[in-house]
Write a protein that binds this ligand. Structure first.
Ligand SMILES: [Zn+2]
Length: 502
């Protein structure tokens, strides 16, 4: 292979890696590559036995009626707020992400063909009507009386979701609806206050907290429901299905008439891959990769805590190659390369690695997107290296150089909120450079130490939210030396430490 070819491959790989969660317009530029029966809804929620509200997690009870002709979900939702707070709350915020698709404010090329939205009505707090204020994707609920620490409250509401056509993630086409961020999601409140940051098309602009869910779907005849919860593929939904899942950050679902399943297991974890007609060839390969990936990550980082995971093949809207939700990921079946089309093993494996980094160990994906994307890209590359024999060193070295250049020109680092990145540099700064950093760290302290850092970080922060500072603290502790200059150089581009950091 000549130099030109090598460079071309690095370039190819470079662009291919720009965003597996959001495949960017860059790929197109390169030209290479890579019915609703609302009246029948009971006046009050009655959904059988619910798990008793925990002190620490919100408890969602949702009843969702899907209308395939109208592309709508009529929902009734009840959220029990957690008790263990140190502050008095006078208001509560919810995220209504589908409202991003009501009046599209972003790039024309990613505009949905038909708009979508999430309308909320009849909001009550402990049975009393509550005043609300909705501004785009943010809803404030004024509590009729302040909620003291140690007190819980039950917030009820009705909602109507209209699915966009050609939306990103949240989408409906053919006889399939992809339900992503499809219910009013309780916003996160932490030391920075309530998180009500605006939607953006760069990255995954979502931040959610561990919650308990009881979700009842009513679907038209012939439809099945694939969800974040432990689904049983042998029992298709007959009209109504109720799913329960504790300790999960989000609850995604796919309602469909068009999918077949391949079942398997990675140890105790059931791995289901869902595919449509015409994807049979890739489906088999990708199911094998999914099983092998779940086994690989489980043995390297620590056990996946849920019983089952679903991989759903298909493009879930404009520019989305793959997307992660707890217990459910989506992926395109294949992507084009110079050598022809290839099954999207790296996309599937990438999204599954997110079960560890994002799903179980959470982070603020708006404020520090590198933390889940960087660790996930590194995990994906480790799989592609160890299991598929791919050597990424040259590509990673090149990515490090290019990201240094971008930092010099634009001043942007790898630890910035989403809004600081344009589409064209996001993947490089947030995915690839941190992956290159961890690859370099293996050279510095050895692969086993790096894996021990990741295992310790996973064990310490599972079911919680971690920060960049937490990650560096664990790394220093496990390595038994101060790696802060190394991370300063790689994440924050602090040049003065370059020689010391190597
Ligand atoms: Zn990702």
């Amino acid at each position: 292979m000549n130099g030109w070819m090598k460079r071309a491959l690095v370039e190819l790989r470079f662009w291919a890696c720009l965003g597996f969660c959001l495949v960017l317009a860059a790929i197109a530029l390169m030209g290479q590559l890579d019915r609703l029966r609302a009246s029948e809804v009971p006046a009050r929620l009655s959904m059988g036995k619910a798990s008793s509200p925990t002190a620490s997690r919100p408890v969602y009870r949702i009843r969702a009626d899907y209308d395939d002709k109208a592309r709508t979900v009529a929902g009734r939702m009840e959220v029990t707020l957690p008790k263990n707070r140190s502050e008095t709350w006078e208001e509560v915020y919810f995220r209504l992400y589908p409202n991003a698709f009501r009046r599209w404010q972003w790039e024309e090329h990613s505009k949905p063909k038909e708009p979508g939205y999430l309308d909320v009505t009849e909001v009550k707090v402990n049975g009393r009507k509550a005043a609300t204020h909705i501004d785009g994707t943010v809803m404030r609920v004024n509590l009729p009386k302040p909620l003291q620490p140690g007190q819980s409250a039950r917030i009820e509401m009705k909602y109507r979701l209209k699915l966009p056509r050609g939306g990103s993630r949240l989408n409906a086409f053919g006889r399939t609806a992809f339900l992503a961020q499809w219910y009013p999601m309780l916003a996160v409140k932490d030391e920075d206050g309530w998180h009500t940051e605006p939607y953006t098309t760069v990255g995954d602009p979502f931040y959610s907290q561990m919650s308990d869910f009881e979700v009842t779907f009513r679907v038209p005849e012939g439809y099945r429901v694939i969800t974040s919860a432990d689904d049983d593929p042998t029992k298709p939904a007959k009209g109504t299905v109720t799913l329960r899942q504790e300790n999960m950050r989000d609850f995604a679902a796919v309602i469909t008439k068009d999918y077949e399943v391949i079942q398997g297991a990675a140890g105790d974890v059931e791995v289901n891959l869902w595919y449509q007609k015409g994807m049979e060839k890739e489906a088999k390969k990708l199911h094998r990769a999914a099983v092998s990936g779940m086994r690989f990550f489980g043995s390297l980082f620590g056990p996946y805590p849920y019983r089952e995971v679903d991989v759903v093949l298909g493009e879930t809207g404009y520019g989305i190659a793959g997307m992660e939700y707890p217990g459910l990921v989506t992926s395109i079946p294949k992507y084009p390369t110079r050598k022809g089309e290839r099954p999207a093993v790296n996309v599937v494996v990438h999204e599954l690695a997110h079960q560890w980094w994002y799903g179980v160990v959470g982070n603020n994906q708006v404020k520090e997107p590198w933390l889940d994307e960087g660790l996930t890209t590194f995990s994906e590359m480790l799989y592609m290296h160890d299991k598929m024999g791919e050597d990424q060193r040259e590509f990673l070295a090149r990515a490090a150089e290019v990201s240094d250049e971008i930092h010099k020109r634009q001043g942007v680092t790898s630890v910035e909120p989403l809004y600081r990145y344009s589409d064209s540099i996001y993947g490089l700064m947030v995915y690839t450079r941190p992956a290159a950093m961890l690859w370099r760290l293996m050279d510095e302290i050895g692969k086993e130490k790096v894996l021990e850092i990741l295992r310790t970080y996973y064990d310490r922060y599972k079911f919680q939210v971690a920060t960049t500072r937490d990650f560096i603290r664990v790394a220093n502790e496990v390595a038994g030396r101060d790696l802060t200059p190394f991370f300063d150089r790689w994440l924050f581009f602090k040049e003065k430490d370059i020689r010391k950091a190597g």
